[in-house]
Design a protein around this ligand. Structure first.
Ligand SMILES: Nc1ncnc2c1ncn2[C@@H]1O[C@H](COP(=O)(O)OP(=O)(O)O)[C@@H](O)[C@H]1O
Ligand SMILES: [Mg+2]
Length: 303
């Protein structure tokens, strides 16, 4: 596979694709190998595609995926905005942002219509990637929104002024399917579901699929399941493979070919406060998220 790349690749400086190190659904399930092409170059920016990263289970790789997929899309020249939409603010921490020193967070934007989103955009260490931090206060937002008119559409209104600047906005959701997550889904065109390769994971996806259907019916007919991303994969265990097989059967064509394997490098990046693409640029974890970014572009999930 590496050989094919060196033959087709035209941008040598950028073409450090190391896809042969990345576990893939097609590889694990003995299907024909998929080659993910180089990303197209964007000639103009804006009209952002919004994707929610959702799973009601915690610890499945939502925040890690949001940070690293975002960083890889930015590496490919996309203008990226990350929204930390979890009161536990792991995304802010993972990008080295101390929530104690902030002027405001997504909470203020959700609760106070006079707050301006442009005032709260923060640059990250990755060129081309900005973020909006979260705060523990966000935990109170679900109650606070109950009496608001069109309470499912608040985040959509909040994001509207910056859609013209960014190419992609990724929303890191909290592990629940409550009103905040419904706000994220209402503001999005796509849903990306990181799924831990463990038994019982499938049950959770069925529930999530149900919520997606309800949001499509009630507040956002354009919402699509972009894809299911196998995470915490362990090549050595039989059950990781079995879970992958079952997810692929239950959601044909919806499981990403790129798999995120379990590696200690990810917890290390949280401590470092930066994406794996800069913390350990040559690691297989970085290669996996780079391949995911190209796969997402190739399938039209983002431009
Ligand atoms: N592929 C992986 N391999 C090993 N550890 C991982 C991987 N992805 C994430 N982690 C770690 O697992 C924990 C939970 O991941 P996180 O992305 O915060 O999940 P979530 O946002 O779904 O709660 C974190 O400590 C993170 O560093
Ligand atoms: Mg998280």
């Amino acid at each position: 596979m590496a050989k094919i790349y060196s033959e087709v690749s035209r941008f040598d400086a950028k073409s450090t694709n190391r896809d042969d190190e990345v576990a893939t659904t097609s590889g694990v399930l003995n299907l024909p190998t998929k080659i993910i092409p180089e990303a197209s170059e964007l000639t103009e920016h804006g009209n952002a595609i919004v994707i929610s990263v959702v799973n009601q289970k915690g610890g499945v790789g939502k925040t890690t995926t949001t940070i690293n997929l975002g960083a890889c899309l930015a590496e490919l020249g996309r203008r990226v905005l990350l929204i930390d939409f979890d009161p536990q603010h792991s995304l802010s921490v993972g990008l080295g942002i101390s929530t104690r020193k902030l002027d405001g967070s997504i909470y203020n934007l959700m609760m106070d219509e006079s707050t301006n989103i442009e005032d709260l955009l923060l640059k990250t260490s990755v060129p081309g990637m900005d973020m909006i931090p979260s705060h523990e206060d966000l935990a109170g937002a679900e109650g606070g929104l109950l009496n608001v008119i069109a309470r499912e559409k608040v985040l959509k209104r909040v994001l509207a002024p910056v859609l013209d600047f960014y190419d992609v906005i990724l929303i890191d959701c909290q592990p629940s399917l409550g009103l905040l997550t419904v706000n994220a889904l209402t503001a999005s065109q796509g849903v990306l579901v990181p799924l831990e390769c463990e038994y019982f994971a499938l049950r959770g996806v069925a529930l999530l699929d149900d919520i997606i259907g309800k949001v499509q019916k009630n507040t956002n007919p354009d919402l699509q399941l972009t894809g299911i991303l196998p995470t915490m994969f362990d090549r050595k265990t039989v059950h990781s493979r079995e879970v992958l097989e079952r997810i692929s059967q239950a959601f044909p064509e919806k499981v990403f070919d790129t798999i995120i394997s379990r590696t200690v490098r990810f917890p290390e990046t949280t401590v470092a406060g930066e994406p794996i693409t800069t913390y350990a640029s040559n690691s297989s974890g970085a290669s996996a998220y780079r391949r995911l970014a190209r796969e997402l572009i190739a399938m039209g999930g983002v431009r």
